[in-house]
Design a protein around this ligand. Structure first.
Ligand SMILES: [Zn+2]
Length: 323
């Protein structure tokens, strides 16, 4: 039974296309739990996530989706949690795994880890804001994967199903040609190369195989011809991950920003926390209101979405994804 106001919310938030089914709150938890049949610990996780988000939890499934993602939507003025959504792609080999993966992302906010809400991009690079914001999302996503990978295995899943696997092999030698820089200045192109290397490195680290490591080595070998500092920077980043950071919510913003700074990506200047107020009624609060103000030489962008499928998009609020 859904109240009329919740019906409105459902209609407003879901993108109901053909073959899509959307559920809210307890109903969403029930459906999610059914998809996790055979994995009692993951079912328990779905209860935990529902107990935190309550009727903010929205679950949509369809065979027509091309990926499985989560989206955390925030209102920025005033700050408010709008919804915590999971969109599940059906008909794949890893339906339960993909669902558990997204639940683990959502649980991090329940555990007190903040969300990056604002990014400030220097004016001379405002033209590339979309690219930089996509990179910020990517870094947050990979950090969260590092935080969740062991938990995923502890739920009883095979480690190789943590991420979507791609068989695509990229010829990085070709990417040294000038046209592949697409006119990007070095300040934008360098972090792109960092991410090219790191995405393969972390694919291997998070349940992948030797092919990913080969691709990582290729990206590093060719990228460092253009940017000799690439080896040093990516080495520092790997060191950061090796010393088991990202355990403590209060240190999380500075640790994420440290990684962004190493790569030359604009840092997060505003963070939001989700806090329980009444049962199943979390509220969003800012960690530092001052930091959200615009500087005279920077433009501030509020994040709507954190997606690794559409790393360029920023118009929406905050979401993450899968791979
Ligand atoms: Zn993910």
């Amino acid at each position: 039974m859904i109240s009329p106001s919740l019906e409105n919310k459902k209609a407003e938030l879901s993108h109901c296309g053909p073959g899509e089914r959307t559920f809210l709150g307890a109903e969403a938890q029930h459906e999610i739990s059914q998809r996790l049949s055979g994995f009692p610990l993951a079912q328990q996780l779905s209860h935990e996530v529902y107990d935190f988000y309550g009727n903010h939890l929205l679950f949509t499934e369809s065979r027509n989706f091309t990926s499985t993602i989560f989206t955390l939507r925030l209102g920025h003025d005033p700050i408010a949690l709008k919804s915590a959504e999971i969109q599940l792609q059906l008909g794949t080999e890893r339906v339960a795994e993909a669902l558990a993966h997204e639940l683990l992302h959502l649980r991090l906010f329940n555990l007190g880890f903040p969300l990056g809400e604002f990014v400030q991009v220097p004016f001379q690079f405002v033209h590339y804001a979309r690219d930089f914001i996509g990179m910020c999302h990517w870094v947050l996503n990979v950090v969260q994967h590092e935080m969740n990978y062991q938990s995923f295995i502890a739920l009883g899943f095979d480690k190789s199903h943590f991420l979507v696997r791609s068989n695509e092999v990229i010829d990085y030698r070709k990417q040294l040609r000038p046209e592949f820089q697409n006119g990007f200045p070095a300040q934008v192109d360098f972090p792109r190369w960092c991410i090219e290397y790191l995405r393969h490195f972390f694919a291997a680290r998070h349940g992948g195989d030797g092919d990913s490591l080969d691709q990582a080595q290729d990206a590093l070998a060719y990228g460092s011809r253009l940017y000799p500092q690439l080896r040093l920077v990516t080495g520092e980043i790997r060191k950061g991950f090796e010393i088991a950071v990202f355990k403590e919510p209060s240190q999380y913003p500075s640790q994420v920003n440290f990684l962004l700074e190493l790569m030359g990506i604009p840092k997060f200047t505003g963070w939001a926390l989700l806090e329980p107020s009444a049962p199943r009624m979390p509220v969003a609060v800012r960690l530092d209101v001052e930091s959200a103000k615009r500087g005279f030489w920077q433009k501030s962008f509020a994040l709507s979405r954190n997606s690794d499928d559409h790393p360029g998009s920023w118009e929406m609020p905050f979401l993450d994804t899968q791979a």
